[in-house]
Design a binder for this molecule. Sequence first.
Ligand code: CO
Length: 155
Amino acid sequence: MKSKLLSLLCIAAGLLATGASTSAAAAEPRVVTITVNEQMKFDVTAITAAPGEEIKVVLKNSGTMPKLAMGHNWVLLKKGTDANAFTTAAVSAGAATEYIPADQKAAILANTKLIGGGESAEVVFKAPADKGDYTFVCSFPSHFALGMKGTLTVK
Ligand code: CO
């Protein structure tokens, strides 16, 4: 009888422990690590997310050049944004803004800062509730035109 009670207690404790660890994991955003370098490409060009899912993008620059010469950022644009027009505006905005044009901020869902070689940056955001494709770009001059882009698909 006593051992039966003990085993029930053990099961209850086990369930509590499992429950605690599950909820702790759910509170952490999913981490997506994207590595960049002088090749001017994101090594991850497709990210899939559930509507409203919390995601942390960690951008790592494994290159060696300073950010003024070869900087990279990760900018997630709202659905329907003209990425070509956005990155053109970013060039006009200049290095002082880290190529984030003040008059285009409404088009941005999330972005990291601009980083040079050996640096990293991260941003936590919630995937949009609206399903569909969202373009992400590096807004450093000419990088988008050279293919530094990808797609976040919410489904
Ligand atoms: Co870049």
